[in-house]
Each structure stands twice: as structure tokens, then as C-alpha cells.
Design a protein around this ligand. Sequence first.
Ligand code: NAD
Length: 910
Amino acid sequence: MIGITSYGAYIPRLRLDRMAIFQAMGWFAPAIVMVAQGERSMCNHDEDSLTMAVAAARDCLTGKDKRSIDGSYLCSTTLPFADRQNAGILKTALNLRDDIITADFTSSLRAGTTGLLTAIEVAQGGSRKNILVAATDKRETKPAYFYEMWFGDGAAAVLVGDQDVIAEFKGAYTVSYDFVDHYRGAGKSYDYMWEERWLREEGYSKFIPEAVGGLFKKIGITMDDVQKVVFPCLFKAEHKVIAKKLGATPEKVIDTMHEVCGETGAAHPLLMLVAALEQAKPGDGILLAGFGQGCDALYFKVTEQITKLAPRAGVKGSLENKKTIDNYMKFLKFRNLIHPEMGIRAEAPTQTAMTVLWRKRKMLTGLVGGKCRDCGTAQFPLMDICVNPKCNHVSTQDDCEFADVPARIKTFTGDLLAVSVDPPAIYGMVQFDGGGRFMADFTDCELADCKVGLPVKMVFRRRFTDNERGFSGYFWKAIPQPGAAAAVPEIRFDGRVAIVTGAGAGLGRTYALELAKRGAKVVVNDFGGARDGAGTGSSSPADRVVAEIRAAGGEAVANYDNVATPEGGEKIVKMAVDFFGKVDILINNAGILRDKSFLKMDPENWDAVLAVHLNGAYNVSRPAFAVMREKGYGRIVMTTSAAGLYGNFGQTNYSSAKMGLIGFMNTLKLEGAKYNIRVNTIAPVAASRLTEDVMPPDMFERMRPDFLAGIVLYLCSENCAESGDVFNAAAGFYSRAAILTGAGAVLSDGKTIPTPEEIRDHWEKINSLEGAREIGDANTAIMSFMTPPAPQADAAGAAGGGPADVKGIFAKMPEAFNAAAAAGKDVVFQFSISGPGGGDWVVAVKDGTCKVEAGKTEKPTTTIKMSDGDFIELIAGKLDGMKAYTSGRLKVEGDIMKSQLIGRLFKFGK
Ligand code: NAD
């Protein structure tokens, strides 16, 4: 079955009140008052037929797999380029496959239906299955003309295919005549219209009935088989007359949208078809006729599948999204029909380098950025290096489409000085959910609509027009969505199972209540002991919280086990699994205090605090991690404290336990990474029984524990990309805390041992945090300590004398071998060098000898992986080994420390 599989529409948001045209021009053309009712759609200053086609096509592709599209046709009489395939721009903006067919259908108002019919016939032929047809028009008329009132701007798109057909194609009939009711000469801006009577009497009322009659006869149907009749006609009365002539009762006839939109040229038959499909029921027959130098008539039968189509804007949504203006001068300026002074700034050169446009086409036309294969960070624009400072890996970027990624306003401004057709120029930073941001122009909005945090929708718009060369440049802009603020996706935990330890009171209670409110099933653990952990415990704190959750309609179960014992931890996790089937979230929160100045800190008080905080987190995390690993999902939050991060008098036990949790997190984040288990730590400050005697009363009052729930729940949420981070949070203040490592100083060549005096003399550098950075794991840290930057002199020497290809380097390796440095060493290096000049080599060093062989070995001590170019640069001393390692250009597997030997064992270029 071949037919329509999807549809979409786009009518610009702006509508011009037709009376505004009369008010401005009635003195000149009083007769236009007769047609000055209702409103017509009008493009914003940055819209044209191409941008509208992209918008309609995106609407049409809602819920569809773009990769299955084999062709894209663009139908219009007002395409921006006479010689540059416009359908090719559409295809690039939509990021369709490169191996599809693209074509422009133009020069007739019938282009839309002819494009659709051609797509159907191609699909019937079987060589291409799914073809997107977009029809669009933005026609110009001279001011104060009847047609200025009647025309509108708009676009529609349909997808033709053989899967999930919503309207089956049953047949078509076409008549083609060189009938001229109007024409637009090449290079002319406006249509030349013949008398209306000519169009009505010799055009519409002859060709439409002829084509429809031909179709009925050809496929053997009558008007009884038709429930929706779709045909545009500029004249209301004539539209009725033709419908009657065809035998269609008024309820079958689809409205021409004259009052609310105007006639959108080549797009109009398809736009009305979309309106018909929106109203259609399974089983309805749809008759579509497109007039223009003859007429195409097509018949479709609507299927059950139409009820399954994903929701979209369509004609209905487009008509609802409107802003009516009564400023006719604005209409004229937006269409470049008047030329007010734009100022010197507008004279900036606008020539587009075709080389850049070609090389950056995905980014500029398709809004494609990058996503790091290693750490999942999304970024715009795509670059060679990952922007995540903890990753910085090179050549790990995959394409990432941003057009449909939810985004928000991060910053914005209204600029009255910048050149703008519609001042103020509104622009700002747009932040995409899940990463990536860029400075964007905002459009279809007023300054008052903008708000930081407001969702935005990305749209393809004209960025500039190079009038001198006749070039339209396009890019993506952002539309703030004031109405969407309420629809901002809430962070929910439906279907998630959470364990919160120590949830009977204080912070834990807040987390448990909020998680349950947002759909999580919660195990509310609390031992119910005293503030210092003493006593045999009590079930009432946990029971109270569970009762609160249930009273609010949530799901929870109470647990009274002690986190300080491994059995307690096992039992808590078992309860989650027994009751709710899994564990997705664990908040290690339970805590006690036993403050004593250090000399009074006896082993009992030391052990008790470490047992609850540090061992407690271990006891529950271990069985929970096993479940999370199996399910491939987990979020763990540890609870540290300012006392641990920064120190606090009388809390050596507590500080140690709290800092221990950070070490615990640092390693667990690495072990959990590949199972999508993310581990972070919160350092709270809040009023609770732990702080009631420490905080002054007014501060205690302000420090409500609820301030903590937001950040802790965010860290527990699916979209939280963070892992291994520590966050302070107190009464509405939130910040990240981190361990930084300074750039340091290298005081040895590896042989001489620096003396205390040398340390003293270089103290400033050793002690400096200038250029300090965070380091993702111990290996990276150790590598950075062990690999000093290559001395410049060596680099120059090596560059002059070293071999210039990988093979040559390995051939020279025995020569470059420094036997003296190899005494007592027994190590096998496997080199895997990628790229055209690469290959595998094994270098075995034993008893002061070196053996180099091409190929692979089963059990190398250390494996070195890098690209051929990088390897050559490394050996030539042009690439710093440490930088190559930390940026991911050099990968070391196995015994990482042994890789340090390479520089000492082999000296090239000397
Ligand atoms: P809280 O005393 O109100 O809550 C802690 C809960 O843990 C109590 O209900 C207690 O019964 C429970 N608990 C204690 N030992 C347990 C055990 N062995 N097994 C199971 N449950 C046990 O205190 P809070 O302020 O809500 O503290 C929550 C966490 O936040 C603690 O880890 C604490 O160290 C940390 N913290 C709090 C602050 C603050 O300002 N409140 C500051 C830094 C860190």
C-alpha cells in the first residue's frame, strides 16, 4: 500500500489584520475596503519559503525515522535560489541521508500537487520508498493590491511511503494546459495578473471539474465516495460554485482559510490537505485538486493508522500560535518593500565563503555539533577535543543533532544598537539539556517574553541577505516558549526505587518525602538511635516518615536496620529488592556525632563515628552496587561535611569519616562508570538535631533541610551527567568543591635526587596553584607527575635526526636502545599504532637486550596505543607524552608505570 504516511504544516506566527492595509492605503485605493476583512499570515523578517518548508517538514517528521527517507522534493514558486538546489538546503537543514534524491518543483501553483503525485509514482515504482514533499510559498504583490489582501505565507509537508500509511493513494488524473491567468517573468518580483473573471470562468471552473471528472471516471468513484473535498480557490463565491458543480455538499468542503491565513500559493492544496487529514476519520475518502496551468486531481482513502499518528502542530496548531499586528509599515519592511535607513553598521560585508559553507554545512545548516564517545558530553560546535575538562579526549566526537534537543535561555539581552529589522535585536546564550550551548539570535518573541531558564525551540531562519550577490544565508535561531514554562519536564522518579539511609529525620526525611512525591518507591531506613548513635534503636522515626509518604499517596516501606554493620546493609538492600524489585538510587545519609577534642577522642568514639558514616556507606553501597550493576543503572549520593572538606575543631573522627567518603566516591565513580552508575557527594549545612546546639537560633531557623532536597534529587536523576563531584549546599547556596593539583615543578632528570635546599629554592613553584586543575583518576595523576615535558633541546635534535615514519622508528629502535638503562629490566611493550602508516610491533627488553618484532604478543607488560602521526611526533619530541596521555591521544593499558621506561630505554635522533 502506497500513500501518505505523515503530514505537517507551518503558518508563520504573524498575521496582518487586513484592515491595517486599508487604513494605511485606503486613501489611495479605496476599493480594497471590500476585501479588508479577516487576517493574512505574514512571514517574520527572517522567514522565507525555504525556512517555512523546513518548519513544515520538521512538523511532518515528528515521530518518524529520518534515516528511512529516500527523497525530498521542494515545491514552490518563490524559492530563494534560481540556481542552487533549494531542496538540497532543505535536506541539509533536516540532516537527511546524503544518498537521497532531491528536487525542486517550481514555476506553477500546481507544483505542490505535482510534487506529491511524482513522489507517489516514484514510491509505486519501488526504487525509493519514502519521499518527503514540502510545498511552500511567500508571494509578493505591490502594496494596496487585492492580492496583497488575499495572499498568505505558509508551508505544508507530507511524507509518502509504504509503511504505516494514513491515507492510501487510490488514483490521480491530471490535465496540463498553457493557460495564463497570471505569470511572473524571470527576474520579476511580482505576478502580472490578468482579469479575475478570466481566472474564475476559464481557469478554476473549467480545469478543476475536468480533472476531477477524469479522476472519477478513471478509478470508478463518485462524489459519494468522497468525504473531504480539498481545492484552493481565491474567490469565495467561485469556490462554492465549483464545489456544487462537483456535486459536493458544503459539509464535505474543506475551508480555504481565507479569513485566517490567506492563500499560500503552491503550498495551499497541501496545506488544505493537512487540514483535511486533521479532521479525517478512518475510511474517509479525500479528493485533492491543485490548480495551475491545468489541474492535478488525487484521491486518497484514510486508514486506521491515522489514529496512531504522533501529535504535532499541523494546521490547527499553526493557526492557534499567532500574533496579529496592525502595523502595515512593519509588513512592508519585513518584506523588504520599503527601504528605511539601516545605518552604517548594516553595511558590514555579508559575503559568504562557499568553502566554509561547504565544510561547515552540517553545523551551519543542520545545527549538528558533537558528542564525546568516551564521556558522553555534548558540545556545539563540534571540535577535535572534548570540552569536558575531566575528559579532553581528542578525536572522540560523533555527530550530535541539536535542533530537537530541549534547550533553555541561559542569558539574554535586547540590543537597540545592533542592526536589526525588528529592534531591539534579542540574542543570548542558549543552553541545551544534556550539554552544549551557543550564542543565538532569538526570534518570534518580544523582549518581555524572555526569561532566564525559559525553554526555547530551535528554528531554521534566514540570518542575512547579501543583496549585492543575491544570496540568502541561513542559520538556527531560538524562539522562547513562554507557554512551555509550565510544561518544562519535571524531574520524575516514576518506576525508580530509592534507598535513603537515616531517613527518619532531618535531611534524609526530606529526601525520602520528595523522592516519593516525584514517583519513586522509597525504602525509608532509620535505626532510630540517639544523636550519638547510642541505644538499641527505635522503629518510630522510619514509621512516621513512611506514614507521611503514604498519606500523600506515595509508596514507601520502613526499614530499621543499622547501617554500621554489613548485615544491616545487606538487609536494607534486600528489602528494596524484595518489596520493589531493584535499587536505582541510594542516598548514604545516616549519621551520628561524637565530638571530642583530639586527646579525648578515645577509640570507642573514633570507631563509632567511622562505623556509621564510612563503614555505613560501604555496607549499604556494596550490595546496592551489585543490583545496580546488573540493571546497568544507578545513582549514589554520599554525604560529606564541611568538617571533612575544610576541618572543624573537635571532629577528627567525623572529619576523617567524611573525607573518607570522598575517597570512596572517587574510586566508585570509576568502577561504576561503565554500568551507568554515577556517584556524587553532598556537603550539606542544615538545621537538624545534629546541628541544633551548634547553630545560633536565627541561623537554625533559616537553614531548613528542604533546601537540600533539590540538589540531592537532581544528583539522583537520570539526566544528571555528573559523577565524582562534591557539592556544598546551604539555605539556597550551592557550589562545587574540588581537589585541585598545581602545575608543579620538575627538579630532577630522573637520576639526581633533589636536596631539601633545592626544594626550598623552588618552593614557590611547588606550592603554587596557578594553572591548577582537577584530575580524573590516580593513573592520570601519576602519569602527570612522572612525565616531565620534553626538553626543547631534545625535541629539536630528534626532529632533525629521527625517522619520519612509524616503520622506520621501529627499525631504528635497536639502534636507539640504551642498554645501560635496561639493566635488570624485563618488560614487553606492545605498540598498536593506528592510521595508514601504523601497525603492531612488539618490543621486548630483557637482561640489557632489546628485541623488536612486527606483530602482536599475547601477554604484553604494557600496551601503547596511538595514531601514526602522534607517534612520530612523540618520538620526534614534538608531542608531550603526558599531554598526549591526558588528552586521550595516547592510551596505555596494562602496567602503566612501565610506560615511563620508554623515554629512558630509547633515545632517538642523537
Ligand atoms: P539527623 O540526626 O537529623 O539525621 C540522621 C539520621 O540518621 C537520624 O534519624 C538517625 O536516627 C539516623 N541514623 C544514625 N545512625 C544510624 C545507623 N547506624 N543506621 C541507620 N540510621 C542511622 O541529622 P542530619 O543533619 O539530617 O544528617 C544527615 C547527614 O548529613 C549526616 O550524614 C550528617 O553527618 C550530614 N551532615 C549534616 C549537616 C547539617 O548541617 N545538618 C552538615 C554536614 C553533614
